[in-house]
Design a protein around this ligand. Structure first.
Ligand code: PPE
Length: 304
């Protein structure tokens, strides 16, 4: 990763190489922390962070679910999110917010360790590759089920939840695929390791509902609205993997993945085996919005 100049750590801008933590950092041992991923795009009229309010709200909700108290007001983190890009002279980039338990006592029941907060900005290109973004990627159904809500807080973007995602992702990569399709405990489709999933059949688009074991993606919500505004019917409904195989088009959404087409699932070609027309139209609409070219969705952008 290319180093930037500064990282925001506990209220201060510190040099990139100095933004370090102690080996006894509690979250490093037990995975109890929350994080966010947000993108800033270079727009036609400046630089803007996409849906910063929603991402920060989800960070505070994740912390509430885990009973972590973020020691900053949301407005402070909003200001620091813009500032970290400005001090690094970055016109675009990925923003990572993380709230974690620092060093002090060890043991699961520790209540006195400091709650620490960082905001890091780095340059991040197409998450699933430039070619994937254009032509589509290949999915493999994971042998790991998605975290069940009875066991894990799936609506919290919690650090430890990602053991499940990384197991699935590594399995898919080692088998020669780009990404893992994850089913819930009942065998219905949930999401991918770091993206939500959509199916297209004619003018109807389907995605798994918020009641499933999924992270309530902010890109997911945005694409649902863009699709409805373009006249598509969007259904939030559960479906088995069979319906993924027979969809005309499949695509994934996520902050990092943006809108990525899927061309193959479990060795079955999807549609024509390339990015489909609805996917490409929605991807173009999404990029127009995040780059400030569609004034109708201006309220989604926080200009630096
Ligand atoms: N599901 C999961 C499990 C998930 O991690 C993400 C984001 C999404 C859905 C999509 O959510 P949203 O970004 O709000 O549309 N995954 C982040 C992690 C990427 C990483 O490798 O780190 C992201 O896209 O920022």
């Amino acid at each position: 990763m290319k180093k930037q100049d500064k990282i925001w750590l506990d209220g201060k801008f510190v040099d990139w190489d100095q933004a370090q933590v102690h080996i006894l950092t509690h979250t490093l041992h037990y995975g109890f922390g929350v994080f966010e991923g947000t993108r800033c795009y270079k727009c036609v009229d400046g630089s803007a962070i996409f849906r910063l309010d929603e991402h920060l709200q989800r960070l505070y909700n994740s912390a509430q679910i885990l009973t972590l108290e973020i020691p900053y007001a949301q407005e402070d983190l909003e200001a620091a999110s813009c500032e970290i890009l400005r001090v690094n002279k970055m016109e675009e980039g990925y923003l990572r917010h993380i709230v974690f338990i620092g060093e002090g006592e060890m043991g699961l029941g520790t209540m006195t360790n400091p709650i620490r907060t960082a905001i890091i900005a780095w340059a991040w290109g197409a998450y699933l590759g430039e070619e994937g973004l254009k032509k589509g990627i290949r999915l493999k159904t994971s042998s790991y089920a998605r975290l069940p809500v009875q066991v894990f807080p799936t609506k919290a973007k919690a650090v430890g939840n990602y053991v499940n995602s990384i197991l699935a992702k590594r399995e898919a990569l080692k088998a020669g695929y780009d990404e893992a399709l994850m089913l819930d405990l009942s065998g219905y489709v949930a999401e991918c390791s770091g993206e939500n999933i959509f199916l297209v059949n004619n003018q109807t688009i389907r995605t798994t509902p918020e009641s499933s074991s999924i992270l309530n993606g902010i890109t997911r919500k945005s694409v649902i609205q863009l699709a409805r505004d373009q006249g598509y019917t969007v259904l939030e409904t559960t479906f088995p993997r069979d319906e993924v195989y027979t969809a005309d088009e499949v695509f994934l959404t996520g902050t990092a993945a943006e809108v990525t087409p899927v061309r193959e699932v479990d060795n079955r070609q999807i549609g024509a085996g390339k990015a489909g027309p609805a996917t490409l139209a929605l991807q173009a609409a999404f990029f127009d919005v995040v780059k400030g070219k569609n004034k109708k969705y201006k309220q989604w952008l926080t200009y630096l």
